[in-house]
Ligand binder design. Structure first.
Ligand SMILES: [Zn+2]
Length: 285
């Protein structure tokens, strides 16, 4: 990906090097357990976090020396460029649709973080919290993406940000709110299906970003799209379930299969039109 000359976003909140110490009160351990169980089953913590009750207890923030790793800083720089590119793309697409785009904030953290959706740990992976309209990422995730999930490449990393920003777009368009409202009204199985549609749509929206960023700023290098498609494939529910527990239960899918995730990213990328991202209306996703 050609990114070095790109604009840097002013919406980065760098909370790396801060230590959060929490009181004993509140549902901390329960939350951590819930999150670990969710991770084991390949559930997106972002989904979970929307529903974790707000934590009791007081937290205080302690400043530690800033990280000295230049690699970390280059990664932070990269994330800032990708975020800025999503801002430029979505601002223009929203304007074209007669809407205005509110930019999300991207929080860099290390280890643990408090969000409006609750307390989160790095191991849960990046997530978007609609409560504060912020994307959270611990950059160590990129190491896991490359080595554990076997999805290397800068464009795989960009796809991760674009997917979370896709959730922000869904939030602004009122889609997340509708899905959330359905939660108590439908069976677990149906809700999981809605969740899959929501996640595949975020993949499609990530593809839309890539389409327009390429059209306007020529960001892609050979192999980039393949990197994103590979990442989409590596984080499919079927693949993760097989990897973590050896078997697959489609009713528990919350993100979609590898094939679905690849298909929807590709669709967004090829068409570049948000109307093609209606996963909720599409049959046989
Ligand atoms: Zn997601």
């Amino acid at each position: 990906m050609r990114w070095k000359s790109g604009r840097r976003s002013s919406n980065i909140e760098d909370r790396r090097g801060r230590r959060i110490s929490r009181g004993i009160a509140g549902g901390g351990i329960g939350t951590v357990l819930l999150v670990l169980v969710a991770m084991y089953f390949g559930v997106d913590p972002s989904q979970l976090l929307h529903h974790v009750p707000s934590m009791g207890g007081r937290s205080s923030v302690q400043s530690l020396p800033a990280p000295s790793s230049s690699q970390g800083d280059e990664m932070a720089d990269f994330v800032s460029v990708v975020l800025a590119d999503t801002e430029d793309t979505w601002r223009s697409l929203f304007r074209r649709a007669g809407k205005s785009y509110t930019e999300p904030t991207l929080v860099l953290f290390s280890g643990k973080v408090n969000s409006a959706c609750g307390y989160a740990q790095a191991a849960m992976g990046p997530f978007y919290c609609s409560g504060d309209q912020k994307v959270y990422i611990d950059l160590s995730f990129y190491h896991d993406l490359k080595y554990k999930l076997k999805a290397p490449g800068d464009f795989a990393q960009a796809y991760v940000i674009a997917h979370e920003v896709g959730h922000h777009v869904q939030n602004l368009l009122g889609i997340s709110g509708k899905v959330h409202a359905m939660r108590k009204k439908v069976s677990k199985k149906t809700y999981n299906r809605l969740s899959v549609m929501q996640e595949l749509q975020a993949d499609c929206l990530a593809g839309i970003w890539a389409h327009h960023a390429q059209k306007v700023r020529k960001i892609l290098e050979p192999g980039d799209v393949a990197e994103a498609l590979n990442a989409a494939s590596m984080i499919g529910d079927d693949r993760l379930q097989k990897q973590t527990r050896g078997y697959v239960t489609p009713d528990s899918f919350t993100h979609g299969t590898s094939a679905q995730r690849m298909r929807w990213f590709k669709r967004g990328f090829e068409k570049g039109d948000m109307h093609t991202c209606n996963t909720f209306k599409s049959h046989g996703i």
